[in-house]
Design a protein around this ligand. Sequence first.
Ligand SMILES: Nc1nc2c(ncn2[C@@H]2O[C@H](COP(=O)(O)OP(=O)(O)OP(=O)(O)O)[C@@H](O)[C@H]2O)c(=O)[nH]1
Ligand SMILES: [Mg+2]
Length: 199
Amino acid sequence: MAISIKAKFKSSSERISQVPKDSLKDIAFIGRSNVGKSSLVNMLTGIKGLAKVSGTPGKTRLINHFLIDDSWYLVDLPGYGYARVSKATRGEFSKIITDYVLKCEKLHFLFVLVDSRLEPQKIDLNFIDLLGNNGVPFGIIFTKADKLSQAQLNRNIANYKRTLAESWEELPPMFISSSEKGRGRDEILAFIEECLAAE
Ligand SMILES: Nc1nc2c(ncn2[C@@H]2O[C@H](COP(=O)(O)OP(=O)(O)OP(=O)(O)O)[C@@H](O)[C@H]2O)c(=O)[nH]1
Ligand SMILES: [Mg+2]
């Protein structure tokens, strides 16, 4: 049976000093611009248009908090790797992203979204290294699974695991999603529930 959740927009923050000041935990979504973060937030909550989706990369610029079941936050983050957005910043990842991911105490678990159609991308691997090296708990979601066959999907995921295994002893939890088809919703929500309960 599909899990049903209550969701409402809480706030958009330009910097981490502006995020909600309560003790509720954040479960956040990050990844390259256009990978499907906002679409996934809408798919998980079941509310189309809750997070703004666009065919043009760089749509989400702020840290967006959505209150779920009055008990935790689902957080839609800006993407990385989009030239026009990152030009103004010196590093590969903008300050808003590194501040949130490395310093925000609300962050409880982070999902890194990667496009299931692509070979492992340098920028995603660098980001994953950053998380691993800083002890940030994270999982990987392979997005847009509707765009390829199950056989291709299996191949790409096996390839991703091989690549990560070159640098990491332990692999993070992994999920497959399609926001078009609703694929992955129950698994991801069940994992989040466990994760929030686990402390
Ligand atoms: N076929 C398919 N298209 C998807 C899926 N998820 C997202 N898209 C499309 O991919 C594009 C980008 O989606 P967004 O959800 O806005 O991506 P984002 O990661 O939030 O992008 P930024 O906010 O710009 O970083 C849109 O055209 C979506 O319709 C999916 O599961 N399947
Ligand atoms: Mg977005």
